[in-house]
Design a protein around this ligand. Structure first.
Ligand SMILES: O=C(O)CCC(=O)C(=O)O
Length: 279
């Protein structure tokens, strides 16, 4: 018996081709102004009462990407799993258009993995060095997409996302562990990357293998974005953030995989290797 439900597709064939060729895709106005207003309001509450206020990622790259004065003042506010704090964010991660768009690329089955806030402070909001997201939560293959939900607009001066075109085709790369995982900034350069500005409500998708970064926010306002990570449930995690924690199935039902034990009560640990594909 097949349990996969046939869905109308959200993305066009051209959208999927663009993602597969470039390693990223911007989706315009996924969240309405009313939805963004609710997300923004509840995010402010989370930032005020629960989030970590700090200088952001560490490492020698900071001196390359920031002048000493900006480095000293730099501000990044972070927190994981916003759906544990807010109804608006719990709804956002299952939002129909978003989930179907991601499923059109790596589905049809889809599992939510994690969420993370990156709020760059005004004037000197911390940049991000060029990196893949792979070293933070390595998975067996490339069927993992990060979706950046823009609560605030982001452009060249407010630290928008920047991608190295087609870099996902390189597969997983060794990252420096001196500080936060990052690539050699002289080899993989922010200035060679394509800027992807976005408005509030837009979502930018990219592969766990796409090399990306972002510059300082020099605008006198916050730049708040939230990353949702989604994977094909057949793509098992190898190590890192949220290792072994079963995610929420947002499309279809969890496939029964050989040697995979689902521990929903938190007795989480490394998962056995499952068959690669077509199981
Ligand atoms: O928030 C940013 O500007 C960068 C985000 C990023 O690098 C990531 O989510 O992996």
């Amino acid at each position: 018996m097949s349990v996969a439900v046939a869905e109308p597709r959200q993305l066009s064939a051209e959208d999927v081709d663009f993602f597969n060729e470039h390693g990223y895709l911007r989706l315009k106005q996924v969240f309405s102004p009313a939805e963004v207003a609710a997300l923004s309001e509840e995010l402010d509450h989370i930032i005020q009462y629960f989030a970590t206020h700090g200088k952001g990622w560490t490492g020698p790259w900071r001196k390359q990407l920031m002048e000493a004065e900006a480095e000293a003042k730099s501000l990044l506010v972070t927190i994981h799993e916003l759906q544990s704090y807010s109804e608006a964010w719990a709804h956002a991660l299952v939002q129909e258009r978003l989930v179907q768009s991601v499923a059109d690329i790596i589905g049809p089955d889809l599992e939510f993995h994690h969420s993370t806030l990156h709020a760059k402070g005004p004037d000197t909001g911390t940049p991000f060095p060029m990196h893949q997201d792979y070293p933070f939560y390595p998975h067996q293959d490339g069927r993992y997409i990060d979706a950046i939900v823009h609560v605030d607009g982001a452009d060249e001066t407010s630290g928008c996302l920047k991608f190295l075109e087609g870099s996902h085709k390189l597969g997983p790369l060794e990252h420096s562990r001196e500080g936060s995982p990052h690539l050699d900034q002289n080899v993989y350069r922010l200035e060679d990357a394509t800027s992807v500005p976005a408005d509030p409500g837009d979502v930018v998708l990219f592969s766990i293998w796409t090399i990306h970064g972002s510059a300082l926010n020099v605008q006198p306002r916050w730049r708040r974005v939230v990353r949702f990570g989604y994977r094909n449930p057949r793509n098992l995690q190898v190590s890192g953030q949220a290792m072994g924690r079963p995610g929420i199935m947002v499309r279809s039902v969890r496939p029964k995989l050989e040697n995979q034990t689902i521990e929903v009560y938190g007795n989480w640990g490394p998962q056995a290797v499952a068959p690669r594909d077509d199981d």
